[in-house]
Design a binder for this molecule. Structure first.
Ligand code: HEM
Length: 341
């Protein structure tokens, strides 16, 4: 079923490419190239001469050693790739704030997971690693990478309001999603995360991912929200009990309500509930020391660091491939030059 959808998608892309001059090969994609250029400019200019932070999910709240355990009782159609058989994997989990550096500001949070020791070749990058990138809201604030690019352009010009309310090309749905998604969370350990974009599950299925907390304790919002209250909440949580998250997949059941090419559409959980395939566990550890936070800055994640069975789908994911590798290389290179000066 999904092969058929992909074929239709590819044919449409070829048609659009031929008739609009858009180059199709990933490394020739002008949209990805333009994004890389602008993102690198934005990253570099944020703190001139200073450390380059990630364009998105820039504040590292913490990186943690974790265990990713693929569970036993998985429905047969979900037993694909990493989820084929029960197993325990060492992994890393990075929690971050999307666009702010002061925890008292409302924001989206991100969760990036790197599972190590995975059998099978990776689509790009390092064999043996499977990455998952998730946001704390079930829909992305933009539908397509083209819209995302307009947002990046507006950010570069420091005129984000124009992107949202320009009468000739407004993006009010984006504004609404951001309004709903930004929150003062009690803790990054207390909330759910979603992939928002779809991924293959073997040859036949398409899924989105979500991660849901299953810890025995949770945090409370402090009376005063300080600059690093989220790290304090994570520290306190770990001193009381381990952190537990269920890792789940949601099967696509139809193309109309659960589109591949519009990341701003939430796939209804009543139509297709998320099903648990793994558990992520984090034990107490020193994650907020200067050394641990510096090491966290040196990490990078990419949805294409993936087994073929979990291939990222849709044009949004396609564009992300080169954008992540090129912008993270730029960030890490700039920072290592800074260190050696
Ligand atoms: C065309 C669309 C997108 C673009 C251009 C984009 C761009 C970026 C960039 C440049 C980074 C920083 C990379 C680095 O310096 O290592 C990043 C990080 C991130 N993005 Fe995206 N992104 C896109 C879509 C998405 C989507 C759909 C999600 C949904 C979950 C997402 C979630 C994340 C997360 C969680 C991180 C942090 C990764 C880390 O921990 O290193 N992004 N994104």
């Amino acid at each position: 079923m999904y092969i058929q959808k992909i074929t239709t998608g590819i044919l449409c892309t070829i048609f659009l490419g031929l008739f609009s001059g858009i180059a199709l090969a990933d490394d020739l994609d002008p949209l990805a190239n333009s994004m890389i250029q602008l993102i690198n400019e934005i990253q570099k200019n944020r703190v001139p001469g200073g450390e380059v932070k990630r364009f998105n999910q820039g504040k590292s709240l913490g990186c943690f050693n974790a265990e990713f355990e693929v569970v036993d009782d998985i429905a047969p159609e979900l037993k694909k790739g990493l989820f084929k058989k029960r197993g325990r994997y060492s992994s890393q989990a990075r929690f971050a704030s999307a666009s702010t550096f002061d925890d008292s500001d409302k924001d989206l949070r991100g969760l990036s997971i790197k599972v190590s020791g995975v059998e099978g070749a990776s689509l790009s990058g390092v064999n043996g690693e499977q990455h998952f990138l998730l946001n704390s809201y079930p829909a992305l604030f933009v539908d397509t990478p083209e819209t995302f690019y307009k947002f990046i352009q507006a950010t570069y010009q420091d005129q984000r309001w124009k992107f949202f309310v320009n009468p000739l090309d407004s993006h009010l749905k984006s504004l609404w999603i951001i309004f709903k998604a930004r929150e003062n969370h009690t803790s990054p350990f207390d909330i759910r995360y979603w992939s928002t974009t779809p991924f293959a599950l073997g040859d036949e299925n398409v899924v989105k991912y979500s991660v849901r907390p299953c810890s025995t304790v949770s945090s409370e919002l402090p009376d005063t929200l300080t600059e690093n209250y989220l790290r304090d909440a994570m520290d306190l949580h770990l001193s009381r009990a381990p952190v537990c998250f269920d890792f789940m997949v949601q099967l696509q059941t139809n193309d109309e309500d659960m589109p591949i090419e519009d990341a701003s559409v939430i796939w209804d959980e009543d139509d297709s509930p998320f099903q648990k395939v793994a558990r992520l566990t984090i034990e107490s550890q020193a994650f907020s020391t200067p050394a641990a936070l510096a090491a966290c800055e040196k990490t990078s994640f990419n949805p294409w660091q993936s087994l073929a069975e979990h291939k990222p789908l849709g044009r949004m994911n396609q564009v992300r491939n080169r954008v992540y590798s090129a912008t993270s290389r730029f960030r890490l290179d700039q920072n290592s030059k800074l260190e050696s000066n």
